[in-house]
Design a protein. Structure first.
Length: 435
């Protein structure tokens, strides 16, 4: 992660200060639960909370860790410096490092998910607004990059909305998947700590107890979480690629907002490049590259090893920070996207009615012509448009085999663009609801 692609709120979740604050709260709540069970004196549990308003010294903790080679022990040592060695002697009673580390990671992922959900709400609102604005704005649909049949710009935005709406539901499920905590002690047997401690800590930290942990929370949960982020990133790229195509000079159906004073090229002053959506394509790659390592973290030795640890220290911050940035960047692109309906219509008509070929094909078959002969007749005239720049309707009207089956009026009717938009409102009702 580099600051260029980071927003402060998400970065703060992964800061050392935040991490140590969460560690403290877990340890303090665990002490409260231990005191309630009569395992440790109440006064010792209350003494731990003396550090409630302390700003933990990251440099001091790093200094201690340089000697201990253990981050949790370094933190506990620093905590005792604030609370007092005698008062802090029951901190971490019956716990193991993973109880703190894994529960903290899941708290951070849940908080990150909440920011990402808000990001998605902004993006969904932008997509819906543009879909409604251009519900009936005609453009050519393409398959294999080639003109196919008419569609609308509103339908383009609506399908992206539907995809992102599915992603939002996936993210909610992924948030629930990682919203678990474990305070189960060495190898997860609760031998040295009561399960009530885990229940108390989880309730205070907004989690639910992990049904069965070893010495770690099972990593299939995290694999699902990061896989979901990867899917969202792919959907971001899906939208970005469409915008990049639309901004090509030969197409120019839409383009990113080009602000006053903006420069597109150091060499060519005329350039207006789709730099934001190109950047989004790159950011999507960064998020997706975490998916395979997250999957590989699922298989750990016996009750625990730490092969997953170094991976998660990287992919936790990197993926959530990059995705947060990407979602907000895409929302801004959609909100300000400049759309050119006239160019869309010009592109649609570029091949002189050729995109109506299926309607003519179907009409011929309905008039009694075999599908094979109908296809031959339509394709024969269509190729004149491709190769000679002819007018498709004119060629059909001049073809005696076509006019033997269809009257001029019937042929003319097949070039009505409204035919292709008659079910747009039905599709919108499916996506956005009847209202």
């Amino acid at each position: 992660m580099i600051p260029r692609y980071a927003r402060p709120e998400m970065v703060a979740i992964w800061s050392p200060e935040t991490r140590f604050r969460i560690w403290f709260e877990i340890e303090a709540h665990a002490c409260d639960a231990q005191a309630a069970l009569g395992v440790i004196p109440r006064e010792n549990a209350e003494a731990v909370w003396k550090a409630r308003d302390v700003t933990f010294d990251v440099a001091r903790i790093d200094e201690i860790e340089a000697v201990t080679k253990h981050d949790v022990i370094a933190f506990l040592t620093h905590l005792a410096e604030h609370v007092g060695a005698d008062e802090a002697r029951f901190v971490h009673q019956g716990m193991t490092s993973s109880d703190v580390l894994d529960t903290t990671l899941n708290i951070q992922l849940v908080r990150a998910a909440d920011i990402l959900l808000a990001d998605m709400d902004r993006l969904l609102a932008a997509l819906k607004a543009r879909a409604m604005e251009h519900r009936h704005t005609l453009r050519i649909g393409r398959s294999h990059g080639i003109h196919a049949e008419p569609t609308t710009m509103g339908l383009t935005f609506a399908r992206f909305y539907a995809e992102m709406d599915r992603n939002r539901r996936r993210l909610l499920a992924a948030r629930e998947e990682v919203a678990t905590g474990a305070i189960s002690g060495a190898v997860g047997t609760f031998a040295n700590i009561d399960p009530e401690v885990e229940a108390h800590v989880c309730a205070r930290m907004g989690l639910v107890p992990e049904p069965i942990s070893t010495q770690v929370i099972p990593r299939d949960r995290h694999a699902m979480f990061f896989a979901t982020l990867g899917v969202i990133a792919s959907s971001i790229e899906n939208v970005a690629i469409e915008i990049r195509h639309m901004q090509r000079t030969e197409v120019l159906e839409a383009e990113e907002y080009f602000s006053p004073g903006q420069k597109g090229s150091s060499a060519m002053p005329h350039k207006r490049n789709p730099v934001l959506t190109e950047n989004l394509t790159g950011l999507a790659r960064l998020v997706r590259m975490a998916v395979i390592p997250a999957m590989e973290n699922v298989a750990l030795w016996h009750e625990r090893d730490i092969s997953h640890s170094s991976v998660e220290r990287g992919i936790g911050p990197d993926t959530t920070i990059h995705l947060d940035f990407a979602l907000n960047r895409l929302a801004g692109v959609i909100e300000k996207l400049v759309i050119y309906p006239e160019n869309m219509m010009r592109n649609l008509n570029k091949f002189n009615g050729l995109v109506m070929s299926q309607r003519v094909l179907l009409a011929l078959t309905q008039a009694g012509v075999s599908r094979e002969d109908a296809y031959r007749l339509v394709q024969r005239n269509a190729m004149k448009v491709w190769e000679q720049g002819a007018d498709f309707k004119a060629e059909l009207l001049a073809d005696p085999e076509v006019t033997a089956a269809l009257s001029p009026a019937e042929i003319e009717e097949k070039f009505d663009l409204g035919y292709h938009t008659k079910h747009v409102d039905t599709i919108f009702a499916r996506v956005f609801g009847e209202a």
